[in-house]
Design a protein around this ligand. Structure first.
Ligand code: GDP
Ligand code: MG
Length: 440
């Protein structure tokens, strides 16, 4: 990820040094991206403060591509807070492994029990789901249905025995699992609509009685700014060993992930991405960092860009610039390749830190490419190769042929000459800017 990003920024910004105002500009954009992603304000402040400090340190000022370094720092810090490496589920040395689920009502615990059961079974385990949510009348039944869909057995209280006592049900289930040789036990628990002392105590009691290897706090990624308070309450009331982020299939950009990880210091282990039992995967900190910053769009952009400009082409163009043999034909070709990349403005809009370029982008008119094409196509081969031939009468002929004006033809020729001159300078130092786009 970072390498490819570095390349993009090398192409798009060739600034020598990063000034504090550059850093502030980028940090501002990051801050906005984080707030948009619903990361808690305190976490955002903390985070951007750290990024700014690192970005202004020598570490970065001496770097070759400073703007990119800022994004890299952001990415590194994000991935770090999100747990760095992927954290795997921990299994007991001596089975059964006990996994308890906790979280607010509607967070997705019961669904997760089914997903985990199915996933564990596929992995060669013999899971048992336990219905320790006795709060809602339908909860046991819901888990039984989920278990059936997952093809995983469910332990539920016998009518009349243990009803209303989830701690007893959970304890009985563990004994049952031991005698029947289930190697993992997933305990579904009750949730309330809001944080509630009684609920916390019940969950804490279940935890004490079953000594789980993992207590997974399930949180709805759409919860937004409430994530921090909810996570804190569960950490204080029950405590947990890991987090499961659910409903990541929705609009949520995943800010809750950063808030919860940052505030509780607990790793996020799984991501739930839909109502289906297969909509579930181990959590990848790097992917989430991308999602939060919307770097995914950048990857798409880079892929598009790479299709349009393969490296060989870029090298050839650089060479032509350097040796002064860049022609209007090459210019046209570059223009056409740019168009292949789709809407240029949209493309630029996808880049974080593109703020400085915004003004130039606003001045950039895609119709201009169409006009440019028309003009160049109205030229003879000789004219394209040797623009010096373009005297007044030729320019008039070209304007008529392309449905433009002499002024527009003049502008194009000037722009081409300027670009060629500038690119020549750049080319001496390496691969040029996005060719054909002129002085960005
Ligand atoms: P619980 O109260 O914590 O047990 O939550 P449930 O498992 O009953 O889930 C509440 C609702 O959210 C149900 O309608 C689920 O189908 C839905 N749900 C659970 N996980 C996801 C998810 O990852 N994505 C989406 N879109 N819906 C989910
Ligand atoms: Mg439930």
């Amino acid at each position: 990820l970072s390498d490819r990003l570095t390349d993009t920024f090398k192409n798009l910004r060739t600034k020598g040094k990063l000034t504090p105002s550059d850093v502030d500009g980028t940090v501002r954009e990051i801050r906005r991206a984080l707030l948009d992603a619903d990361v808690a304000l305190d976490v955002v402040k903390d985070f951007t403060g750290k990024v700014r400090e690192r970005a202004l340190s020598d570490e970065v000022n001496k770097a070759l591509n400073p703007a990119q370094q800022v994004v890299q720092i952001v990415n590194e810090e994000l991935v770090g807070i999100l747990g760095g490496q992927q954290r795997r589920l921990q299994f007991a040395k001596k089975p059964p492994t006990v996994i308890m689920l906790a979280g607010l009502q509607g967070a997705g615990k019961t669904t997760l029990a089914g997903k985990l059961g199915k996933w564990l079974a596929k992995d060669g385990h013999t899971p048992l789901l336990v219905a320790a949510d006795l709060q809602r009348p339908n909860a046991v039944n819901q888990l039984q249905i989920v278990g059936e869909q997952a093809g995983v057995p469910v332990y539920a209280p016998e009518p009349g025995n243990g009803v209303g006592n989830p701690v007893k049900v959970a304890k009985d289930a563990l004994k049952f699992a031991e005698t029947k040789q289930y190697d993992t036990v997933v305990i579904d628990t009750a949730g309330r609509l809001g944080v509630d002392a009684e609920l916390m105590k019940q969950a804490a009691d279940i935890r004490k009685a079953t000594e789980p290897d993992e207590v997974l706090f399930v949180i709805d990624a759409m919860i937004g700014q409430d994530a921090v308070a909810t996570a804190k309450a569960f950490q204080d009331g029950v405590d947990f060993t890991g987090v499961v982020l659910s409903k990541l299939d929705g609009d949520a950009r995943g800010g809750a992930a950063l808030s919860v990880a940052s505030i509780t210091g607990r790793p996020i282990i799984f991501a739930s991405t839909g109502e289906g039992l297969d909509d579930f995967e181990p959590f990848h900190p790097d992917r989430m960092a991308s999602r939060i910053l919307d770097l995914g769009d950048i990857l798409t952009l880079i892929e598009q860009a790479q299709q349009a400009f393969d490296e060989e082409e870029a090298r050839k163009v650089a060479e032509k610039f350097a040796t002064d043999s860049f022609t209007l034909d090459d210019f046209l070709k570059q223009m056409q390749q740019l168009r292949n990349m789709g809407s240029i403005k949209k493309m630029m809009g996808m880049l974080p830190g593109a703020g400085q370029m915004k003004q130039q982008l606003d001045n950039f008119d895609e119709r201009e490419i169409v006009r440019t094409e028309a003009i160049i196509q109205s030229m003879t081969t000789a004219e394209r190769t040797t623009p010096k031939l373009l005297n007044g009468s030729r320019r008039l002929r070209i304007a008529k042929g392309s449905g433009t004006t002499v002024t527009e033809v003049n502008q194009l020729v000037n722009r081409f000459e300027q670009a060629a001159k500038m690119m020549k300078t750049v080319a001496k130092g390496g691969v040029p800017n996005v060719p054909g786009m002129g002085p960005i």
